[in-house]
Design a protein around this ligand. Structure first.
Ligand code: ATP
Length: 283
């Protein structure tokens, strides 16, 4: 009988996403504010003595074999640590897939953290960070799951000590957006990246929603997926502090100071039947 363990994998929202220059390896440099929020996938693991990685899921939306980011994370963990063994992973998907919420990245990072704790810190944090970065640009953020300014390709993270507290109504329409496609099609000449001032802690301390909220991928994604604009317009009518698409979309969120306003907005958005609706908070 192996060791059994469980970990939650939260979604993220981007309150700010500037796309800067494209690097030779195809990745874009970004300047972003990422916050972890209270919408979770559940990951259950059981260690195995044989060298096998098994993925169990009832979700039809994610791969069940070697393409699953959980499989890749487990494989890298065992190879890097030299531990001879395997793991059976059950994933309960609650975070919509390819929705700009970082679900797959979160699953991979949280599994790395869980395996490292089961195997008594076999890997240093630096090694975990390097593995995470190889799996994907958003993965390192989920190792610590702290609201951060993200730079580089998203892997250079600076924790934000005091993020203003808000409620978020998140609306996820039933379309999937490829992150790669969104970055490849962003019109860099229109984002004005050369003149952009990087976001700073000062900006966040004096949090003015209208100044912070910006997503350079929003235009290209909403041109191809008009439902993004439709949801933004509907959310705007609920008198939020602001509205923005998260990451490469298509999820859109409205920001509220007061929980009752947020609950009311959630009910209104459910009645419009434009997608799944969640009321979340930063964690
Ligand atoms: P990001 O915001 O990090 O760019 P996303 O939230 O838009 O990502 P994900 O939900 O992470 O997108 O899914 C991206 C792709 O990864 C999908 O095509 C999906 O099939 C694949 N994938 C592989 N493993 C997983 C997983 N465990 N959970 C979700 N998606 C996975």
């Amino acid at each position: 009988m192996g060791i059994e363990a469980f970990i939650k994998a939260p979604a993220k929202l981007n309150l700010h996403l500037r796309v800067l220059n494209r690097r030779e390896d195809g990745y874009h440099e970004i300047n972003s504010i990422m916050i972890p929020v209270s919408l979770y996938d559940f990951i259950y693991v059981r260690t195995l003595s044989e060298e096998t990685i098994e993925i169990l899921t009832e979700s039809d939306n994610i791969p069940k074999g070697k393409d699953n980011l959980l499989w890749i994370a487990a494989d890298r963990f065992f190879k890097s640590s030299g531990i001879k063994g395997g793991v059976s992973i059950k994933i309960v998907k609650n975070i919509p897939v390819a929705a700009g919420l970082g679900g797959g990245s979160s699953d991979a990072a949280r599994l790395l953290v869980l395996l490292n704790s089961i195997f008594k810190n076999a890997l240093t944090f630096t090694t975990l960070h390097n593995i995470a970065k190889e799996i994907g640009a958003d993965v390192p953020f989920f190792l610590r799951c702290k609201s951060s300014i993200a730079r580089g390709i998203g892997d250079i993270l600076e924790e934000i000590p005091h993020i203003p507290s808000f409620w978020y109504v998140l609306v996820c329409p039933p379309v999937r957006v490829s992150t790669k496609w969104a970055y490849e099609n962003v019109k860099l000449e229109l984002t004005g990246y050369e003149n952009s001032n990087n976001i700073s802690f000062q900006d966040i301390e004096d949090f003015s929603v209208s100044e912070i909220l910006r997503n350079d991928l929003e235009e290209v994604v909403s041109e191809r997926y008009p439902v993004v604009k439709e949801i933004e317009n509907l959310l705007s009518k609920t008198e939020p502090e602001g509205v923005l698409m998260s990451g490469s979309g298509p999820s859109v969120f409205g920001i509220y100071k007061d929980i009752d306003d947020a609950k009311e907005a959630k009910d209104i958005m459910i009645s419009h039947q434009v997608g799944d609706v969640f009321l979340v908070k930063e964690i």
